[in-house]
Design a protein around this ligand. Sequence first.
Ligand code: PEP
Ligand code: MG
Length: 577
Amino acid sequence: MTKLTGIAASDGIAIAKAFLVEEPDLSFEISKSNDSQQEKERLAKAIADSKVEIEKIKAVASKSLSEEEAQVFDAHLMVLEDPELQQAYTQKIDDDALNAESAVRQTADFYIEIFKGMEDNPYMQERAADIKDVTDRLIAHLLGIKIPDLSTIDEEVVVVAYDLTPSDTAQLNRQFVKGFATDIGGRTSHSAIMSRSLEIAAVVGTGNISKEINDGDMVIVDGLNGDVIVNPDDETIAAYEKIAADFLARKAEWEKLKDAETLTKDGKKFEIAANIGTPKDLEGVHSNGAEAIGLYRTEFLYMDSDEMPTEDEQFESYKVVLEGMNGRPVVVRTMDIGGDKHLPYLQLPEEMNPFLGYRAIRIGLKQPELLRVQLRALLRASVYGTLRIMFPMISNVAEFRAAKAIYEEEKAKLEAEGVEVADNIQVGIMIEIPAAAVLADQFAKEVDFFSIGTNDLIQYTMAADRMNEHVSYLYQPFNPSVLRLIKNVIDASHKEGKWTGMCGEVAGEPMAAPLLVGMGLDEFSMSASSVLKIRSLISKLDSKEMADLANKVVTEATTSDEAEAFIKDAVPELADL
Ligand code: PEP
Ligand code: MG
């Protein structure tokens, strides 16, 4: 039994076999064989096994992907069964006396080179990628190496990996994937955020779980405390089954507040909204009783596609979300690409510090055609619900003015074309950069609302990369400097009659709720899975006592630990969560 400690990324306990995601090493020496018949039989078996696998992936993918995306697998089947390629393999086995894997590798390399070289024919260039994919699978079978495929998981597992990209995470089927554990990442890395929307237990930043574990080992992921236990003994399993049962009992208690308003003990009302990444997340929004959507991360729409989604495709997604909320507010954030989020079809420069680089609104203003398409799609969808638009990563007032001007231009154009646009759209900004938090009083005169993105606000205030586990100790939501910035933003908005929400992960952090209630935060937006827990906690708080606590923490605390100690002291209910 081995225990590793990482960062608790998503609540819950998972106990299951490990599904280890490893980049397979398919290197080998080209070698000969003097039994060509045997090599041809090995090849035929590898082709048959690969076919079964690709068909299985296709069946799973066609349930969750669009028809067009699932067609990739038809192309793979065609490559696998291509008679010309098959003849080339057998010729190399017969004429050059190569073993099967060497024959496949040499043939594949030859065709891949040719196709890749067809620079004026992108279709054929894509075929090079298909050949590589399919022949890698064939070679893996010949070498007896397993290629992990997350979308085909069909038994209960815990996924273990060095890291999971947001698109890996999007493939996880929560029916079978009970949890995941990774070597790197922090509480606010995007795979961690997605694990919370999938409502599966997750621990990230364990250092080396993927090296400590073998595929199929029994593993416990304790997403409540950030522990991962490999090959637990029976006693430990029993103990964790009890923790899991207690957690489920607490959840059942919170469940009772699903249709309730969010009110403090003394009757002060707050709004609890949910963060979503795709229209599919609406289900969790409703099942967890969120009152609105406080952050729709639209970049996942872009990341799920092989090319820039068109205005109509975007319009459809926004319409589904707005209609799905039945008039409740939906805050849509314009595309936040860059940092750890990449698009294969949008060339971004190689950067030393991507989180400080060409990202979010900076791309939107430099390549305004991208922003214009998105804004048009949003404006057209606005009549289907209550739309609020916000721009990410605003660092200065001029940026907001430039983005707002583009918005106004697109709105005027649509109206001139006779397209109906809602007349109650609010336009706000995310507060993620300390420069904007400090200057909130000036921004408040021009924006309709603020939404504080603590994931970035903390990384920029503390100068600590949110993806880097070596500096994750500096992810300090309770550092008094961060708390003062938050209070400054809320106060500045209220002075101008505007409202402030928070959509960074701190909004769903139980220990932060007392302070945010005390500071008068108007809207809390979080992973849907945290909504009921926070609503339950708020119902036990007194808003005036919390205002006193917030003032004390902001004026007297010198360190993050001290701030946390003040809060724990004032709110004993936190111990029960
Ligand atoms: C944030 O920075 O807090 C935020 C909500 O945006 P993201 O996590 O997508 O960067
Ligand atoms: Mg952010």
